[in-house]
Design a protein around this ligand. Structure first.
Ligand code: ADP
Ligand code: MG
Length: 146
C-alpha cells in the first residue's frame, strides 16, 4: 500500500515522523530517500520523539550509524551518504541492526539497495518548487496500517 502525504512546513514532516515513531515496531527497517535538504533528518527527529527519545538527533554523517537507546525501542539511525559500497556496511555489522531488537532509519538508503531487506518500508521525500519552497511530497510504501 502506498501513501502520499504533502507537507508545507518542517513541523508537519516532523509530526509525520513522530506518528510513525509512536507506531514503530521491533525489527522495522525504514528507508529514507530524497535529495540533500529535503527533510530526512527532520523526519528522523520527529520519529525519535515518537519513540520517546529526548536526546537531540542529528545527521550522523561522519559516523554512518548513531544509536539511541533511551526510547521505547532502540533506534539505529544510519546516514549512508558517505558510504563507498555495501561492503562497508558489513564492516559495521549492519545485520545486527537490520535484524535486531530495534528500529532502523536509513537516510540515503538507495545507495545500499542490494542489502536492504525486502520488507523494508520505503519513504521518499521530494520538493516541488512550483508549490513553494517548503512544500514536500512524501510517499510511504510498504507500511502496514495499524
Ligand atoms: P536531509 O536530512 O534530507 O538532508 P534535513 O532534514 O537536514 O534534510 O533538512 C531539511 C531542511 O528543509 C530543514 O532546514 C527544514 O527546516 C527545511 N524544510 C522546509 N520545509 C520543510 C518540510 N515541509 N519538511 C521538512 N523540512 C523542511
Ligand atoms: Mg540528513
Amino acid at each position: 500500500m502506498i501513501n502520499l502525504i504533502e507537507t508545507d512546513r518542517p513541523e508537519a514532516t516532523w509530526e509525520l515522523g513522530r506518528r510513525l515513531g509512536e507506531q514503530a515496531v521491533k525489527g522495522q527497517v525504514i528507508c529514507l530517500n530524497g535529495d540533500l535538504g529535503v527533510g530526512k533528518t527532520v523526519f528522523t527527529q520527529g520519529f525519535a520523539d515518537g519513540l520517546g527519545i529526548n536526546e537531540p538527533v542529528s545527521s550522523p554523517t561522519f559516523t554512518i550509524l548513531q544509536i539511541y537507546e533511551a526510547g521505547r525501542l532502540p533506534l539505529y539511525h544510519f546516514d549512508v551518504y558517505r558510504i563507498g559500497d555495501a561492503e562497508e556496511m558489513e564492516e559495521i555489522g549492519y545485520e545486527d541492526y537490520f535484524f535486531g531488537g530495534g528500529v532502523c532509519l536509513i537516510e540515503w538508503a538507495s545507495l545500499i539497495e542490494e542489502i536492504l531487506p525486502e520488507q523494508a518500508v520505503r519513504i521518499t521525500i521530494e520538493k516541488d518548487l512550483e508549490k513553494g519552497f517548503d512544500y514536500r511530497r512524501i510517499t510511504i510504501d510498504g507500511l502496514e496500517e495499524r
